[in-house]
Design a protein around this ligand. Structure first.
Ligand code: ZN
Ligand code: ZN
Length: 401
């Protein structure tokens, strides 16, 4: 492992920034304090700072001093926290009740700040680095899309873009890469079944929406088991059924809700079309009607091959081949970095957060240290590792012919 000495020396100041952000978690599109902190630091280090993209997003622009600079690279961190309580009792635990940096975005933001500080002090490259601090990654809020819609790539063109997320349970500092589909698309649906309400003792005079809904749940599962190519991965889960209020009334309406996850847009298109057919025609068999409302939150995250090879080689060169996993399994979660990768070539990687040993005994909340868990904390040992990776990636990008 060869950390950049100056970044390693800044370890404590990076940790104090990270803990400050951790102590003040802010929800999607409300990251005013966090974005102010980011903008102040970037300004202090001499970057050109742009605010207000995607409401609370910040872009720091750094131009190298080594040439006219035709090429550009984007590095992205997310800034938002989660609407959940924190169990930890250490000094930097959340001071905002019901809000927590339970996904490590405090660490992602700090790692990127560390890289910005170093590169601003050593702008010996020919090109432009865009440091992208985005809001609202969590909960389907799509801060990435909001920044793109605010002209991110028109105002700050990026030839390539890179992202990173910590991964608990994975050895500390191990870099995990995957080419192609890496994280799932996230989608939600509502199906409304309409029939004819009536007396429970006279079902022949009604169109029973509960029987239709029950049958529909089973048919929806066959869209995965019988209609989808079995070598493709997809999940369809019904998570809510709402109908009826009485023991003796057949309700005239039933609502089915749930989620669909796929690693390919083509499979998603097929599943949505099949769901629409089932939702509209199955109730008709029984004399009712039905309709589907399908909402696509995040598309699948698909890493680009050449950019993944490049980022992987940088990690190998800097940290050693034993610190790189070239075949990390796909992750069933969703991530709005996928929106950037639909527009610009790039790669999103995972970096191991370790098994939770970094939390000081007796001061943490005990229990598992997983993402979105109330005992989670970002591992500060990753700060100089992540910052070093970002700096070396930028230097290798501009050194590339
Ligand atoms: Zn998360
Ligand atoms: Zn996250």
């Amino acid at each position: 492992m060869s950390l950049i000495a100056e970044i390693e020396a800044a370890r404590d100041s990076l940790a104090s920034i990270r803990r400050d952000i951790h102590a003040h978690p802010e929800l999607a599109f409300q990251e005013t304090r966090t974005s102010e902190l980011v903008a102040q630091q970037l300004t202090k280090w001499g970057l050109e700072v742009h605010r207000g993209l995607g409401k609370t997003g910040v872009v720091g622009v750094l131009r190298g001093k080594k040439g006219p600079g035709g090429r550009s690279i984007g590095l992205r961190a997310d800034m938002d926290a989660l609407p959940m309580p924190e169990n930890n009792r250490f000094a930097h635990a959340s001071t905002n009740p019901g809000r927590m940096h339970g996904c490590g975005h405090d660490g992602h933001t700090t790692m990127l700040l560390g890289a910005a500080q170093h590169l601003a002090a050593h702008p010996d490259f020919d090109g432009t680095v865009n440091f992208i601090f985005q809001p609202a990654e969590e909960g389907g809020n799509a801060g990435a899309r909001a920044m793109i819609e605010d002209g991110l790539f028109e105002r700050f063109p990026c030839d390539e873009i890179y992202g990173m997320h910590n991964l608990p349970g994975y050895p500390t500092g191990l870099f995990g890469f995957r080419k192609g589909p890496t994280m799932a698309s996230s989608n939600r649906f509502d199906i409304v079944v309409r029939g004819t309400g009536g007396h429970a003792a006279q079902p022949h005079k009604a169109v029973d929406t509960i029987v239709i809904a029950a049958e529909m749940v089973g048919v929806l599962q066959t869209l995965i088991s019988r209609h989808k190519n079995p070598v493709e991965t997809a999940v369809l889960s019904v998570t809510q059924i709402h109908a009826g209020d009485a023991y003796n009334v057949l309700p005239e309406q039933a609502v089915i809700r749930g989620t669909v996850r796929t690693f390919s847009t083509q499979i998603l298109d097929e599943i949505e079309a099949n769901m629409r057919r089932v939702a509209e025609t199955l109730p008709q068999v029984h004399g009712g009607t039905g309709e589907l409302d399908f909402y696509r939150a995040y598309p699948p995250l698909v890493n680009w091959d050449a950019q993944t090879d490049f980022a992987m080689q940088v990690a190998r060169d800097v940290f050693g081949a034993d610190k790189v996993d070239a075949d990390t399994p796909p992750h069933g979660g969703a991530e709005d970095f996928s929106f950037y990768l639909q527009k610009v070539p790039g790669c999103y990687l995972f970096v191991g957060n370790g098994g939770g040993e970094h939390r000081e005994a007796a001061y943490h909340g005990m229990g598992p240290c997983e993402l979105h868990n109330p005992n989670y904390d970002f591992n500060d040992a990753l700060l100089p590792i992540g910052s070093t990776y970002w700096v070396r990636l930028v230097q290798a990008f501009f050194a590339r012919s």
